[in-house]
Write a protein that binds this ligand. Structure first.
Ligand code: SF4
Length: 341
């Protein structure tokens, strides 16, 4: 059973009884859910366990800093109709559901997701799809939320088929954490539902620590990839979870081993009550530099930052080249030595 209540956290040994009152205060504000798979991964003897840190609520979440905001990446500013975010010309987000199988303590949409915040109504979905249909510049539709894979295979399959029927849409991408937190739910029926007739489906998997890629999770991802659906990864750089080169290296290698191309390493957004998770951009750049020297190009994600206010995503990685005039340059190699070009 998924753990949702502070008393259940205590009963499962995920929090000490003396923290019950604090946990209740946090749970009143932000949704809590920990699946059996995630609960089993947590090392109860490690007070700094990187899995627990991602999912077990903490009183620090009630401390917000002045720069934090309810809508940190500015979805609302680019939402022409309910459920659609149209920030970049060639693609839209379609937020089908506002629920997830787990609730990450650092979630950038934490003010929008949670139980009771259900899916788009049939009419809202019609309107959202009509928007896509009448905007021929939309090449890619990204199903997100919430986690779109929590829908039944039938419902998800219906939506994907309706999107695939729009001539100018060529790519359907789904963002999900489900294969990691409930791998048993990646059933053959669900995998079949992901296929977009005549179009290409991509699945972007959210995972942040190599321990999340268990044998069962790897098998769930293999079911998706074996069906001919390419996968990419998304991770968030999180203090106390993966803010060291060895952990990031293990995570990226694990993705590649699972045939998941490392795609994004997100700088943590300014979501309310998440300052204890954020590193500085400088720290992020140093980690990316370290990764460059340690792992294959296949295992390199793009370190990206969403500019607060809805101004889009930009690469945030370190620079290696200083131009000297129009043609000459000083280039830094992976050991930090400057070379002339
Ligand atoms: S799975 Fe994604 S949307 Fe859901 S709580 Fe975690 S970060 Fe937020």
């Amino acid at each position: 059973m998924t753990i949702r209540l502070p008393s259940e956290l205590v009963a499962a040994g995920l929090a000490p009884p003396e923290k019950l009152a604090d946990l209740a205060r946090v749970a009143e504000r932000y949704a809590v859910a920990i699946t059996p798979t995630v609960a089993a991964l947590i090392d109860r003897n490690d007070p700094g366990d990187p899995i627990a840190r991602q999912f077990v609520p903490d009183i620090t979440e009630l401390t917000t800093t002045p720069d934090e905001r309810a809508d940190p990446i500015g979805d609302d500013a680019h939402s022409p109709v309910e459920g659609i975010v149209h920030r970049y010309p060639d693609r839209v987000l379609l937020k089908l559901v506002n629920v997830c199988a787990v609730y990450c303590r650092f979630c950038f949409r934490r003010e929008m997701v949670g139980p009771g915040k259900q899916m788009l109504s049939a009419q809202q979905l019609d309107t959202a799809l009509a928007y896509v249909r009448t905007h021929p510049e939309i090449w890619e539709v990204i199903l997100t939320g919430g986690d779109p894979l929590v829908l039944s295979a039938r419902r998800l399959g219906d939506v994907i088929k309706r999107i695939a029927a729009i001539d100018h849409v060529k790519i359907v991408r789904l963002h999900t954490r489900l294969p990691v937190v409930s791998p048993e739910k990646i059933t053959p029926a669900l995998v079949r539902a992901l296929k977009a007739p005549g179009k290409t489906t991509y699945v972007a998997l959210h995972a942040n620590h190599p321990r999340e890629l268990t044998p069962a999770v790897r098998a769930a991802c293999a079911r998706i990839v074996d069906a001919g659906i390419p996968m990419v990864s998304q991770s968030v750089l999180l203090r106390g979870v993966n803010d060291d080169a060895k952990t990031l290296e293990g995570l990226m290698r694990a993705f590649v081993e699972c045939r998941i191309k490392p795609y994004y390493l997100h700088h943590a957004d300014l979501a309310p009550g998440t300052s204890h998770f954020r590193t500085s951009i400088k720290e992020g750049q140093a980690l990316i530099r370290a990764l460059r020297g340690r792992v294959s190009g296949l295992a390199q994600p793009a370190y990206v930052l969403d500019i607060p206010g809805g101004h889009g995503k930009v690469p945030a990685g370190p620079g290696y080249i200083d131009m000297c005039g129009d043609a000459a340059a000083v280039v830094e190699d992976i050991n930090g030595v400057k070379r002339e070009y």
